[in-house]
Design a protein around this ligand. Structure first.
Ligand code: COI
Length: 448
C-alpha cells in the first residue's frame, strides 16, 4: 500500500472535519438508479492470504447499504484503509496500483452465482488444471468510475452494458455468468470499498488528530485533494474465469467472478495523439471466431504485433479484416473511427470487432450533436484520406490519432492533437461521465 506524505497543498476550499477520518463508514451508498436488488448480499470476507492483517467488519444487511464496514490492519505499521491514498495523478499512467478490496463470487455446476463478497485485494488460488489456465476460458470487462467535482459522489458509466456484454461473451465461451444485477452490485461494492482511491476528499492521518496547535498545523498540511478535476479515474476490471479443474477439453466445472480496481491516468504514454501502424499480416480475429467478445485470448493474440509495433515507436496496431486485408477492424485496445467531410464512420459490428460501449456511446453522442454517423465497411484507403481519425475505448476514452503508417506510407492528421469533431465528442462524453453536464442520456449511475 502506498505511503501517504504530508502535503502543503491544502485546498482552502475544504473544511477540516476530523471526525470523518476515523468514523466515516467506507461503504454507505445509494444509487440514483434502481439497479440494486434488495435481496443481494455483499459482505466483507476475511482473506486467507492476508495473514498479517485482521479485518473487522459488520456485513451489510441486504439492500444497497453497508451500514458499517471498517477494515483495520492489526499491524501498527500498516495503514487503515480509511486513510487517504497518495497518488501522483500527473504521472500515474495506466498500470496496476494495488487497492484495498476485491469482490469474489463463485458458481459451480448449477450455473448460479451466489455468496459474493468483498475481501482484501490479493492473490487467488486456482488448480493448475483450471479451465482458464489450460483452455483460455476467461472473459474480462473494463469500466471506469469518476469522481464528481463535488468530491463526494462517484459516477459509474453504463455498468449494465458491461454486464450484458459479459453475459453475451459467456454464452459464446460456454460459461455461466452473473446476472446483470449481481454484476452491477459487485461493481458498486468494489468501487465504494476502494473509494479512497478516487474520491476527492479531506482525509486525515490518525497520528495527527490531536487538538494541539502543532498537530493542528500538521493536520492542516496533511489534507489532500485527489484526483485533480479531469485527471485520473478508478479503472474497474471485472473478470469471469473457469476456475474449476478440467483435463479433457470441456467447460470447467466451477467459475469465479472477480472485480478489482486500480486508479489510472492516460492509457497511452504519448499524451494526446497516438501513432498507429496498420497490420496486414497478423490478424486479431476471424469470421466465426471470438473477436466479437471480450475473451482473454483475443488480447494474448495481439501481443506479438503490438510488441513489434511498439519497438518501432508506434503507439499501437490497427488490424485489417483477414479475408480481404482491406477493411478496418479495430486497434489492439480500442475501436476506430474516421471523419470525412463531417461524416463519422466506424467499422460495423459483425463478429470480428468488439462492440465497444464507448464506441456505441460516441455514436449516440454524435447523433445527439446533429452529426451523421455510419457503421459500415471502412477501407484502409478511406482511412488514409480521412480528415480526422480517433479511437474509443474505456481505457483510451477518445484518443485522437496523429498518424497512420500503412505499407511504409505515413499520413498525419491534425497537429498532434484532437481535430474539431473528435474534440467535440470527447468533451461531450467526458463531461457527462464526470458529472459536469446534465446526463440527458441517463447513462451514469451515482454512488455517494
Ligand atoms: C478497456 O478499454 O477497458 C480494455 O479492456 C482494453 C484493455 C486492453 C485495457
Amino acid at each position: 500500500m502506498e505511503r501517504a506524505a504530508i502535503s502543503p497543498s491544502l485546498s482552502q476550499n475544504y473544511l477540516l472535519c476530523p471526525s470523518r477520518a476515523f468514523t466515516t463508514s467506507l461503504h454507505s451508498f445509494s444509487s440514483t438508479r434502481n439497479l440494486s436488488p434488495s435481496s443481494s448480499s455483499i459482505k466483507l470476507q476475511h482473506s486467507s492470504s492476508s495473514s498479517s492483517s485482521s479485518v473487522s467488519s459488520k456485513f451489510i444487511n441486504g439492500g444497497n447499504s453497508l451500514t458499517q464496514c471498517n477494515a483495520v490492519l492489526s499491524n501498527s505499521s500498516s495503514r487503515d484503509v480509511s486513510e487517504l491514498a497518495d497518488i501522483d495523478w500527473d504521472n500515474i499512467g495506466f498500470g496496476l496500483k494495488q487497492t484495498d478490496y476485491m469482490y469474489v463470487m463463485k458458481c459451480d455446476l448449477d450455473g448460479e452465482f451466489s455468496n459474493g463478497g468483498l475481501q482484501r485485494f490479493g492473490n487467488i488460488e486456482v488448480s493448475p488444471s483450471a479451465g482458464v489456465l489450460n483452455y483460455g476460458q476467461g472473459l474480462f470487462e473494463g469500466m471506469k468510475a469518476y469522481r464528481k467535482e463535488d468530491g463526494k459522489n462517484i459516477l459509474l458509466f453504463r455498468p449494465e452494458e458491461n454486464a450484458i456484454r459479459m453475459r453475451n461473451g459467456a454464452e459464446r465461451m460456454c460459461m455461466p455468468a452473473p446476472t446483470v444485477e449481481q454484476f452491477v452490485e459487485a461493481v458498486k461494492a468494489t468501487v465504494l470499498a476502494n473509494k479512497r482511491w478516487v474520491l476527492n476528499d479531506i482525509l486525515l492521518f490518525p497520528g495527527y488528530a490531536k487538538e494541539t496547535t502543532k498537530n493542528y498545523v500538521l493536520l492542516m498540511m496533511s489534507c489532500f485533494q485527489i484526483p485533480p478535476a479531469g485527471k485520473g479515474s478508478l479503472y474497474i476490471r471485472p473478470l469471469l474465469m473457469g476456475t474449476g479443474a478440467i483435463l479433457g477439453l470441456a467447460p470447467a466445472p466451477e467459475y469465479t467472478f472477480l472485480v478489482y480496481v486500480s486508479p489510472v491516468g492516460n492509457y497511452f504514454k504519448e499524451g494526446v495523439a497516438i501513432n498507429l501502424i496498420v497490420e496486414s499480416e497478423f490478424h486479431r480475429a476471424t469470421p466465426g471466431g471470438t473477436g466479437g467478445v471480450k475473451t482473454i485470448g483475443n488480447y494474448a493474440a495481439v501481443l506479438k504485433a503490438q510488441s513489434i509495433a511498439k519497438a518501432k515507436g508506434y503507439s499501437d496496431v490497427l488490424y485489417l479484416d483477414c479475408v480481404y486485408k482491406r477493411y478496418l477492424e479495430e486497434v489492439s485496445s480500442c475501436n476506430i473511427f474516421i471523419v470525412k467531410d463531417n461524416v463519422i464512420s466506424t467499422p460495423e459490428i459483425k463478429g470480428t470487432i468488439l462492440p465497444g460501449i464507448t464506441r456505441k456511446s460516441i455514436m449516440d453522442v454524435a447523433i445527439s450533436q446533429g452529426l451523421q454517423v455510419e457503421e459500415r465497411n471502412v477501407t484502409v484507403d478511406e482511412l488514409l484520406e480521412a480528415d480526422e481519425v480517433f479511437c474509443t475505448g474505456t481505457a483510451v476514452v477518445v484518443s485522437p490519432v496523429g498518424s497512420i503508417t500503412y505499407k511504409d506510407k505515413r499520413v498525419s492528421y491534425g497537429e498532434g492533437s484532437f481535430g474539431p469533431i473528435s474534440k467535440q465528442l470527447y468533451t461531450v462524453l467526458t463531461s457527462l461521465q464526470m458529472g459536469l453536464s446534465e446526463d440527458k442520456m441517463k447513462w451514469t449511475v451515482n454512488l455517494s
